[in-house]
Structure formats: C-alpha cells, structure tokens
Design a binder for this molecule. Structure first.
Ligand code: SAM
Length: 234
C-alpha cells in the first residue's frame, strides 16, 4: 500500500535537512510542493531528480482527487512546503484529512524536520514547557479578542508574523500588554541575518523603529507569561 510522507524541510539554511528526509525525497514517486521553484533549489542542492507537482493553499479538490488516485495506484508521495513543516500554518492538512477519510489503507508518515516555531522557542531562555501557538493573527475579525487573550495569559504565547505587519502587531501588543511583559522577536532564523530581539515591548519596538532595515524577512514573536521562573529540564 502507498505512503504519503509529510516531510519537514529547511527554514532557510539548506543544511537543516535530515538524512531520512533526503532519502525519502529521493525514493518517492512524486513530491508535492507549495512552490516547485523553491523546492527545486533544495532538490538540486542534493542531486534529487524526483518528479514534482505543485500543491498549495489554493489547490482545488480536483487536485486532491488526482493525488488520491496516484496513491490508490500504489505511488508513494511526499508533501513539502516552501519552508519548515507542512500543515503548520502551511498547506497539507486538507490532503492528509482526505487521505485518512478516503484511503484508510494509505499510511501517513511524518518525517520530522525544522519548524520556525520550535526553532524560535528553543532559544528563548524562558520556560516553554507549555505554550500556545496562534499561527498568523487575524487581520480584522477576532484580532482584538486575541490580543486581550494574550494580555491575560499566564502561558507563553507565540505567533508568526510578516514584515508588513510586525510593527502593527508590536503596537497592539504594547496597547494591550503594556510595558511589563518581555517578548522575543526571532527574525530570519537559520539565515545570514538571523536575529533575536529581546526586551519589553517598547524596547523591541524602539529597536525596529531605529533599524528599519531589520523590518525584513520572516518573524516569530514570542511573549513570556507573567512572573514565571526559568527552570531547566522542562
Ligand atoms: N510551516 C512552516 C514552519 O513550520 O516553520 C511555517 C510556514 S508559515 C507560511 C511562514 C511563517 O513562518 C513566516 O511568516 C514566519 O512567521 C515563520 N518563519 C518561517 N521561516 C522563518 C525563519 N527562517 N525565521 C523566522 N520565522 C520564520
């Protein structure tokens, strides 16, 4: 019976890929890519010549049907996103759920790799035994409620952010959380300009206001909870 592999790929540095991921990408019959041009850079770095097909957030059910019929014929398929782990704020979950529902004999095998969320959390220096991941924040509906939730939370909160919206989100964080909470903004993880900006919300906002050239790239924002001690082994 066929297998659908959900494969984690680098979030910047192309060395961040597991031996198992490379073997699977070499051995499968087809790789589904969020953007084939992005994935081909990774594949050519490792001399992988497997066929690719695009599968992204806008892909229609007809595309899912086509992939399911390939799996039904016994073809092994891998799905990757442009960066990190598929299905985590990335395409893939519709396909996985359709396979589970319609082809119960097909195995779903995750091949663990990087994720911007876990990479950022690992370098925070705060206890992240428990955290709440918010994905991308809504632009309008529910946004204020979410910031109120962040302000009142005694858990670490984390969200993904784009360069176009990061300053707006920091402004909202200051409005709802004030100057007490410490935050970490992780930018361009694993890339040349990797940066961790740590401090109170006003301090971090000042950093970006004074360095507009750093309001670029990709961001993970982490908000520490109130009054928690740093403990090891959590
Ligand atoms: N599935 C991916 C993962 O597991 O890392 C996340 C994909 S999501 C579409 C893209 C968002 O992830 C970016 O807007 C940014 O918030 C975050 N991200 C991805 N790569 C990053 C990096 N190298 N540094 C910081 N954040 C990153």
């Amino acid at each position: 019976m066929a297998t659908l592999f959900v494969v984690g790929t680098p979030i910047g540095n192309l060395e961040d890929i597991t031996l198992r991921a490379l073997r699977v990408l070499k051995e499968v019959d087809l790789i589904l890519c969020e953007d084939t041009r992005v994935t081909k850079r990774l594949l050519s770095r490792y001399d992988i010549e497997t066929s690719t097909m695009s599968y992204h957030a806008q892909s229609k059910l007809a595309k899912v049907d086509k992939i399911l019929s390939l799996l039904g014929e016994g073809k092994n398929v891998a799905i990757v996103s442009d960066a990190g782990t598929p299905c985590i704020s990335d395409p893939g979950m519709l396909l996985v759920s359709q396979v589970l529902e319609r082809l119960p004999l097909v195995k779903i095998v995750p091949i663990p790799g990087p994720s911007a969320l876990v990479t950022a959390l690992s370098a925070t220096g705060i206890s992240v035994a428990e955290f709440t991941f918010l994905g991308f924040l809504p632009h309008k509906k529910g946004r204020e409620t979410l910031f109120k939730e962040i302000a009142s939370s005694s858990r670490v909160m984390a969200f993904y952010e784009s360069p176009h919206r990061v300053e707006k989100s920091l402004e909202a964080l200051e409005k709802f959380c004030g100057a007490e909470r410490r935050i970490i903004v992780a930018r361009e993880l694993t890339k040349i300009y990797e940066e961790f900006v740590r401090g109170t919300v006003p301090e971090v906002r000042t950093h970006f206001a004074e360095n507009p050239d750093r309001v670029r790239g990709e961001f993970v924002v982490i908000i520490s909870p109130r009054g928690r001690l740093i403990e090891d082994g959590e």
